[in-house]
Ligand binder design. Structure first.
Ligand code: SF4
Length: 466
């Protein structure tokens, strides 16, 4: 799945039926996102590889924060273990891992086969409670759900098995939830930028994922004044559980904001909820908007003259990305959705609300475009190939696999979700005012190469992917 292969692909490919979510064992990537926390796998030898195909190396060349996947201990559950079980080998593996890895926390996870034969990982974890380091467990068999389900199990395990009640509440601390590490390809830089914004507004952000966080950040979770969820549905179960256990209220904003309209809306909503300084929020919004429009005007000859720029778009992605992008593209970029495919197996109870959030945009025909909830990531490919784009061009946004479809139909395309492909994602994010500029650069570069053919490359600013 190299960029070169994708660029050269001109014919329909079986690639469009490839994985866009991992199985539940992909929850190990939530563990890998927490610094110095080591997953110990009690699963088949190929399970990590399977999850890594969507969430790791082929997702913007990403790897574990403290541990690359190649050093994750695994019992490599095999045929013999199906007959006799392998809890003995798991005990040995945990003991040796605790001897040799300088980790702050160990996390035993199992996969399908060990779960089916009934190996008791809870009991094994219990055997190590007096070794001075926390040993947690989470059952992540792929037959129970996808990587988002696995992610939720990992967070549940942390709450149930590790977090302790506290009398100390920090009235400025806000825990950040909703951004699922690795599955949201841009998670690292989005969290970094979001934290900067929250600090400017007078809050003390606490995120457990990424550089410099780890177990100390986990321990602070019960001390927060409130939990912030920036997602249509992921982590809502987690903050509800935290509310139940520690009494921490939560503020739910349905998407990671992209662009001036949505980001300002988010800042005002948060300011209102948390009782923040309105003058400070207003000044910050004004300053960022002014900078955003400066760069838009700077490239207005390309943007303004782009009569061939498609105004319709398709998305094949997670609920989180579809909502963030749709609101930005409709409210700030005068584009309109043709069809939206949401492919992360959103639980039925959230679907109607998410559809309503998608239609809550400044577009008088917002109730006319199709929203499809599906677990078939290839459905979008099939439908797009039936369309005739000769006179009404459209854009497509999705995973690296969808780039094959876009190339085949010569549609401008931007990769927005996992698997992102093997180009390095680094500190890229589409969050906020700045992220919107980055997105527009990416979009117009592809429009230039596929439609305009002028060779003009839009560079809105010069700050390295922000
Ligand atoms: S579905 Fe089961 S066996 Fe397959 S990768 Fe996932 S956990 Fe492993």
């Amino acid at each position: 799945m190299t960029g070169t292969v994708l660029e050269q692909q001109t014919k329909p490919s079986c690639g469009s039926e490839q994985q866009r979510v991992a199985c539940a064992i992909g929850g190990i990537y939530t563990i890998l996102a927490i610094e110095k926390v080591l997953p110990i796998m009690h699963s088949g030898p190929g399970c990590q590889q399977n999850a890594g195909g969507v969430l790791g190396r082929f997702n913007g060349a990403q790897s574990g924060v403290s541990y690359p996947e190649s050093v994750i201990p695994s019992t490599n559950f095999c045929e013999r273990d199906v007959v006799f079980g392998a809890t003995g080998r798991l005990r040995q593996l945990v003991a040796k891992s605790m001897d040799y890895y300088q980790s702050d926390m160990f996390f035993i996870v199992d996969g399908c086969t060990s779960e089916i034969v009934g190996d008791d990982i809870e009991e094994v974890a219990g055997d190590f409670q007096d070794r001075g380091k926390p040993v947690l467990f989470a059952k992540l068999p792929g037959f129970k759900g996808n990587n988002l389900w696995g992610h939720s199990q990992v967070l549940n395990a942390i709450i149930d098995q590790y977090l302790k009640e506290t009398d100390h509440i920090n009235d400025k601390q806000v825990n950040i939830f909703g951004i699922v590490p690795y599955y949201d390809s841009f998670w690292q830089a989005t969290l970094e930028e979001l934290e900067k914004l929250l600090r400017v507004l007078g809050l003390e952000p606490n995120s457990i994922y990424g550089r410099g966080k780890g177990v100390p950040a986990l321990q602070k979770i019960p001390e927060a004044a409130f939990n912030l969820v920036l997602a249509p549905w992921t982590d809502l179960d987690t903050v509800e559980k935290l509310q139940e256990k520690f009494g921490t209220p939560f503020f739910h904003y349905p998407c990671v904001p992209i662009g001036p309209t949505e980001t300002a809306r988010f800042v005002w909503a948060l300011t209102e909820y948390a009782g923040l300084d309105k003058t400070k929020s207003g000044e910050y919004i004004q300053q960022e908007e002014s900078r955003y429009y400066y760069y838009i005007k700077n490239a207005v000859k390309v943007f303004g003259g782009g009569t061939q720029t498609p105004r319709k778009f398709f998305i094949n992605s997670s609920a989180a990305q579809t909502l963030s992008l749709t609101r930005f593209l409709v409210n700030d970029w005068w584009m309109t959705p043709q069809k939206i495919f949401i492919i992360d197996d959103v639980p039925e109870k959230h679907q109607e609300r998410i559809t309503g959030e998608l239609r809550n945009v400044e577009y008088d025909r917002a109730d006319e475009f199709d929203v499809v909830f599906t677990t078939d990531g290839g459905l979008c490919d099939v439908e797009i190939k039936k369309e005739d784009f000769l006179f009404k061009k459209a854009c497509l946004f999705g995973t690296a696999w969808d780039q094959l479809t876009a190339n085949y139909k010569q549609l401008p395309f931007v990769r927005v979700s996992a698997p992102y492909g093997d180009s390095v994602i680094g500190n890229k994010t589409y969050f906020g005012w700045n992220g919107a500029l980055t997105f527009l650069q990416d979009l117009h570069d592809d429009i230039t190469s596929k439609i305009l053919g002028s060779g003009v490359v839009v560079k809105l600013d010069d700050i390295g992917g922000h």
